[in-house]
Design a binder for this molecule. Structure first.
Ligand code: ACM
Length: 666
């Protein structure tokens, strides 16, 4: 495994050279030029991670800050502190030869990005570890490369945030968008209005000290922290302690169910703005980033129209509808934020000509709103197509380019597209499962936002992602290791292999099906098979790929035989799995919901095996009534597609294709 082949995100240019730099216990890191806190801490972390990765007891596990340049193994050189603002320079170059690695950047942010690349370069061979000789030149395509984590629906403790910041830094993301308030929780301590967090969070909120800790942690990793205070909808949790802000009579309670709730801040009372002014004064002091996210999504306006005082205000001010009333509200918020020297970002609902073009639009309902915003001169970022909670395959996210080559925008308009953000809405994630929804798919999104537009080879991406996934795990992320742990809990200590064989080819239901199929609250367990199952199930994806190769017109006979053997091996495993899993299910009531799914895996595997046998054996095939056969098998396969326990089998389309081959054969 050569590190060079697995870089993710791929750098702009990579020129491999012969040879490489051996990593020995004498490995040293030296810093020339600018030496701020961020660069010292990142280089120290680099040394620790290098030691952990290689198992080497580095002799000099500290930094050399007055280096004799020719004697150190990795020489770092940068000129200045990088500001955590839009369009700051994050570029770097790396040159590795047999004697030394040199990392040069203008800012310490470039150094951070480059150190992550160097860690990915580490390559094992029979003599130990080395950095392959190479010249790399790299810089980001978009300045805004983010991950949003919703900590309102399910509170996420500090360690979850920190390990995900580490993951973000590893793939060169630079914006952590912290969704801190929603109907289900107000998660920030407010000293000015303590009833907000005291009444609005079930005691699960971040203290201001913790917030500062996260901001410092993110800063060390070159990541901005943008807080979201979602207004005027999604505000049930605010109104529990402050019903005077509401548009409809209370009392209010913290919502424990999901979906769009009606609670909405009253936009016509001056007291509302006095309150928001004082709150944003406090919060804009606490959060250092130049941007504040004001939410703005999914306000149905029902409470506004039902309120006489609000209707009278609209009539008096000639405000024709609730969208424009929200525009009025946003303008007032804009004035407050401007007073505190902050810039405003909001979901695409806030797009309205009443707001000055300085604001940023986060496009979630469709990419059209991003394009429209860019055409109107607003800056915008794309999140539509990066919704991690919808459990879509990595490929879909990866190919979702904010600015594809065939974009309809002019050059000037395209400058308004700042990048994108993956969004982790947390209705269905706990601290135990959240990483498995974020990673490794977010690494693919990170490459889309960092690397050149022309990258689109999916097989190559998936290969690199697999290594990246392990690399991310070194940072404490739990997306790989929690899977067998959750399966062990489900089988109550019995052997997990039979359950794993099934769940390996299952995925949670997609889009918003999970809420449709079952009523969930914030207290519902997230420990079932659907929670252990992961998006873009690898074993199923690889089976589908093998079947595709097997069906290919151009396949050689020898390869077809080998592929057929590969397919049979997997199908036999699945055919025989039910007998073993059934015994486990008998002792594990939590698994009963997937009993029939397990039986169906066996059935569809038998259909696949029989079809392969017909393909190999003409005489056998001639004896069947093909029409009858096709009808019967398709009905069985169709029935097996039905989700059970909110998971679905992801190999059935491939087995249908094998059956099609039998039906279509002359
Ligand atoms: C959103 O998904 N409601 C922004």
């Amino acid at each position: 495994m050569k590190g060079l082949d697995y870089l993710l995100p791929k750098p702009v240019t990579v020129i491999p050279k012969p040879g490489g730099l051996r990593i020995t216990p004498a490995f040293t890191v030296g810093i020339e030029g600018f030496q701020g806190r961020r660069i010292i801490s990142s280089a120290s972390r680099f040394l620790n991670r290098l030691a952990e990765k290689t198992g080497l007891f580095l002799n000099n596990n500290k930094l050399v800050t007055e280096p004799k340049i020719e004697e150190i193994s990795l020489a770092i050189n940068c000129q200045r502190h990088g500001e955590l603002i839009l369009n700051e320079d994050e570029s770097y170059t790396i040159e590795v030869n047999d004697h030394q690695a040199v990392l040069i950047a203008l800012t310490d942010l470039g150094v951070l990005r480059g150190l992550e690349t160097i860690l990915q370069l580490v390559t094992p061979d029979q003599d130990g570890y080395y950095l392959p000789a190479v010249q790399i030149r790299d810089y980001p395509r978009f300045p805004w490369r983010g991950l949003m984590i919703d900590c309102a629906r399910h509170f996420q403790p500090l360690e979850v945030i920190k390990r995900n910041l580490d993951g973000m830094a590893a793939v060169k993301l630079n914006v952590f968008h912290w969704h801190l308030t929603d109907d289900q929780g107000f998660r920030v301590e407010s000293t000015v209005f303590p009833r907000l967090h005291q009444y609005g969070s079930h005691g699960m909120y971040y203290t201001q000290k913790q917030i500062k800790e996260v901001i410092a942690y993110a800063d060390d990793r070159g990541i901005r922290v943008i807080p979201e205070f979602d207004l005027p909808g999604h505000t049930s949790s605010w109104l529990v302690g402050h019903p005077e802000l509401a548009s409809a009579p209370g009392p209010y309670q913290i919502e424990t169910s999901f979906g769009v709730h009606e609670a909405t801040i009253n936009p016509v009372r001056e007291e509302t703005y006095a309150f928001l002014d004082a709150l944003f004064h406090e919060m804009t002091d606490l959060f250092s980033d130049e941007y504040v996210h004001i939410g703005g999504d999914e306000n149905s306006g029902k409470q506004w129209l039902a309120n006489k005082e609000i209707r009278a205000f609209m009539t008096a001010k000639k405000i024709p509808d609730t969208h424009e009333l929200q525009g009025y509200f946003n303008q007032r918020l804009f004035a407050i934020l401007s007073k505190y020297k902050k810039k405003m970002i909001g979901w695409d609902e806030i797009l309205s000509p009443d707001l000055p073009p300085k604001i940023v639009i986060q496009s979630w309902r469709g990419r059209e709103s991003m394009i429209q915003a860019a055409k109107l001169g607003y800056k915008s970022i794309l999140s539509h197509g990066y919704y991690l909670d919808l459990i879509q395959p990595t490929a879909l996210h990866y190919l979702n380019d904010p600015l594809p080559l065939d974009s309809r925008l002019t050059l000037e308009e395209s400058k308004n597209i700042l990048g994108g953000e993956a969004t982790m809405w947390s209705e269905f994630v706990s601290p135990e499962t959240i990483d498995s929804r974020i990673w490794p798919r977010t690494a693919a999104i990170a490459e889309r936002l960092w690397s050149p537009v022309t990258l689109c080879a999916l097989d190559d991406l998936y290969q690199r992602l697999e290594r990246s996934s392990l690399h991310l795990e070194e940072l404490g992320l739990t997306h790989e290791k929690n899977y067998p742990m959750m399966l062990r809990r489900l089988t109550a200590g019995e052997e997990i292999a039979p359950l794993k064989n099934l769940v390996d080819v299952c995925e949670p239901v997609k889009n918003y099906e999970r809420t449709v199929q079952r009523f969930y609250t914030t207290f519902s367990p997230l420990t079932r098979v659907v929670d252990a199952a992961r998006p873009d199930a690898k074993v199923a994806r690889e089976f589908r790929k093998l079947v595709n190769q097997f069906r290919s017109e151009s396949i050689q006979e020898k390869d077809a035989h080998q592929l057929q053997a590969e397919l049979e091996k997997r199908l036999i495993l699945w055919r025989d799995n039910h007998a073993a899993l059934e015994l486990i299910i008998q002792h594990s009531p939590i698994l009963q919901g997937i009993h029939s799914l397990s039986a169906d895996l066996s059935t569809v595997a038998m259909i696949g095996l029989e079809a392969l046998s017909f393909l190999e054996n003409q005489d056998e095939r001639k004896q069947i009534d093909v029409g009858e056969y096709s009808k019967r098998q398709k009905a069985l396969l169709q029935a097996a597609k039905k989700p059970r326990g909110q998971v679905e089998l992801m190999i059935i389309s491939a087995i249908e294709q094998i059956v099609e081959l039998v039906v279509g054969k002359k």
